[in-house]
Design a protein around this ligand. Structure first.
Ligand code: IPM
Ligand code: MN
Length: 356
């Protein structure tokens, strides 16, 4: 197969981890006789510095034409000034919107080898395997917002808004995924308070009962979900929710396996290329020091091969090697606890060597 994978390294540790994922993809291409073209494009803070725009036109155009996109991370203190006219994160939000990537898949699975890295008890988190499906191009992230003068100074607002169609399509993605997994779907909302959540609940209920009656379905309020996630995470299979709730719950859930450094994510639309990235941020405090964990990005590359290019055996081979490296006790600093650890590059070397 010949495929173009647009690489968007971004800021902070982004370039280091994407470099390791690129090496892994090159190795897989060689093993299976594929040709992957992997041109790199700017996004985020570095793109603001060079082009005054966190998502330059050339980046967006190249992504539209690519078969899939692999992103590192964006953002950093250098671009954090609240009065700045644009921010790195705006580039990420815009690429999601422009490419119609409305469903964000965030699998959260504990690795038995790493249970001790979790801040939670082994008996509680062991065996957790949840797929979060977060709506990604709507809700409060994209609703009307503004600021205006107020007697106390100023007031500011954002609007959480969802339409029937936006809810239907993301619920279908989640329900389809549940059918291929354990057949359980949980929808998370705040329908006891928010009108937008009452619409969400009504639409989700209808889609599931008419199109997916075979699924075991329930609804949970977001505050209760925050609690259940750390008290009984094993009970959940697929969880579908809106943009903001999904943002928060997936960071919370990332602590179940112990480190953000292990979790990949896929953002997909109804057509066109998908975007794959680690769920962690740009970690500017450790950037450039060979300390970052490249595994989330390497696992994101595996998701990319499976979901966008249909290369199942290739994706399996990466995941199996990551599992074997962890089993043999190799750790980057974030998951080492008080034990010894290796650097970003050395972790990449191990994965590449074992793929041979
Ligand atoms: C994420 C991130 C982004 C989000 C930020 C960087 C805009 O936290 O992908 O979860 O809030 O969606
Ligand atoms: Mn987030």
């Amino acid at each position: 197969m010949k495929a173009t994978i647009a690489l968007l390294p971004g800021d902070g540790i982004g370039p280091e981890i994407v470099t390791q994922a690129r090496r892994v993809l090159e190795k897989v291409a060689q093993n299976y006789g594929h040709t992957f073209e992997m041109p790199e494009f700017p996004i985020g803070g570095n793109a603001i510095d060079s082009f005054g725009n966190p998502l330059p036109d050339q980046t967006l155009e190249a992504c539209r034409k690519a078969d899939a996109i692999l992103l590192g991370a964006v953002g950093g203190p250098k671009w954090d000034d609240p009065s700045a006219k644009t921010r790195p994160e705006a580039g990420l939000l815009r690429i999601r919107k422009e490419l119609g990537l409305f469903a964000n898949l965030r699998p959260t699975k504990t690795w038995d080898e790493l249970l001790d890295a979790s801040p939670l008890k082994r008996e509680i988190v062991g065996g957790t395997d949840i797929l979060f499906v977060r709506e990604l191009t709507g809700g409060i992230y994209f609703g009307e917002s503004g600021r205006q003068a107020h007697q106390s100074g100023e007031q500011a607002w954002n609007t959480m808004i969802y339409s029937t169609g936006e809810i239907e399509r993301v619920v279908r993605v989640a329900a389809d995924a549940a059918r291929k997994r354990r057949g359980k779907l949980t929808s998370v909302d705040k329908a006891n308070v928010l009108e937008v959540s009452r619409l969400w609940r009504q639409v989700a209920q209808r889609v599931v009962s008419t199109e997916y009656p075979d699924l075991q379905y329930n609804v949970v309020l977001v505050d209760a979900m925050a609690m259940h996630l750390i008290s009984k995470p094993r009970e959940f299979d697929v969880v579908v929710t809106g943009n903001l709730f999904g943002d928060i719950l997936t960071d919370e859930a990332s602590m179940l396996p112990g480190s953000l450094g292990l979790l990949p994510s896929a953002s997909i639309g109804s057509s066109g290329p998908g975007l794959f990235e680690p769920i962690h941020g740009s970690a500017p405090d450790i950037a450039g020091q060979n300390l970052a964990n490249p595994l989330a990005t390497i696992l994101a590359a595996a998701m990319l091969l499976r979901q966008s290019l249909n290369l199942t055996a290739e994706a399996d081979s990466i995941e199996a090697v990551v599992g074997s490296v962890l089993k043999d006790g190799h750790r980057t600093k974030d998951i080492a606890g008080s034990g010894s650890w290796i650097g970003t590059r050395e972790m990449g070397d191990l994965i590449v060597n074992r793929l041979s």
